[in-house]
Design a protein around this ligand. Structure first.
Ligand SMILES: C[S@@+](CC[C@H](N)C(=O)[O-])C[C@H]1O[C@@H](n2cnc3c(N)ncnc32)[C@H](O)[C@@H]1O
Length: 258
């Protein structure tokens, strides 16, 4: 499935729907107050600030906020869980890159808190893993775990379908302006040992209950299983699938026409 609403809307300026980087989809304006939710070390936060907006990076991990603050001393960062953060003033936009799929406890609560942080008409713009994200990597993990007689690995992500996330946004008081669900195969430059490194880096929690002497043979099997789909002559490629959206907080008291 791959669909989008490319209708021009002033809330999103001139940006064409397809392929624009998230920052262009957000289209920050000088003086706007914007939150970067799940900001990590602040890569997107910096880009937003460079467009002249007043930006606050929020992240649940204290070490991420410490690193973001150290790297970007002029910007504001704070520790907060996206499921229950509050703000003392309304914001013009909330942006989020590669973070919403880690917020698994209650996606509706995240959307509700974003809604509460925005002024009516405020924008919520994000990119996250969508349904089918890393399907080959995950299948290789599941098979390897089974082969080694282990229970199903408990995966730490939420990869919604476009229909599911659209329903959550609409039920949460947003009007969707754009929603794209697209394959984005990506070179795994950060994972020289391929799928095994990917598990070590992005899913270490799944290894917590694996007997220590089983970890390496298990990950070697993950590599064997994933290699036919994901290893190229030039290196490993992750089978990423991304969901990108731009939504607007509905005006207060708005009702749906019959
Ligand atoms: C893959 S990083 C993305 C960082 C950054 N947005 C970027 O594009 O580089 C995901 C971030 O989401 C944060 N995160 C995960 N769950 C969170 C939560 N419930 N509340 C706030 N931040 C969370 C993590 O701490 C991590 O920094």
């Amino acid at each position: 499935m791959n669909w989008s609403v490319s209708t021009y809307d002033s809330a999103f300026g001139y940006v064409s729907a397809h392929g624009a980087p998230l920052i262009d989809l957000l289209d920050p304006q000088p003086g706007e107050k914007i939150i970067d939710l799940g900001c990590g070390t602040g890569a997107l936060t910096v880009e937003i600030a460079e467009r002249g907006a007043e930006v606050l990076g929020i992240d649940g991990a204290p070490e991420m906020v410490a690193q973001a603050s150290a790297l970007n001393p002029g910007l504001s960062f704070t520790i907060g869980d996206a499921h229950d953060f509050t703000t003392s003033e309304p914001f013009d936009a909330v942006a989020s890159n590669a973070a919403l799929h880690w917020m698994t406890r209650d996606p509706d609560a995240v959307i509700a808190h974003v809604h509460a942080a925005l002024r009516p008409g405020g924008r919520f713009v994000g990119e996250l893993g969508g349904a089918g994200n890393c399907a080959e990597l995950i299948a290789a993990m599941q098979t390897a775990w089974r082969v080694f007689g282990l229970g199903e690995p408990e995966l730490p992500w939420y990869f919604p379908t476009p229909a599911e996330y659209a329903a959550r946004l609409e039920d949460g008081g947003f009007t969707i302006r754009l929603l794209e669900h697209a394959d984005r195969p990506s070179r795994m430059t950060e994972c020289p040992d391929g799928a095994a490194d990917w598990v070590r880096l992005y899913a270490p929690s799944t290894l917590a209950d694996v007997p220590p002497d089983m970890v390496e043979p298990l990950l070697a099997r993950v590599n064997e299983l994933a290699a036919p789909a994901l290893r190229r002559e030039s290196g490993w490629v992750a089978d990423y699938v991304r969901l990108r959206f731009a939504a607007v907080r509905k005006p207060d008291g708005s009702t749906t026409l019959p």
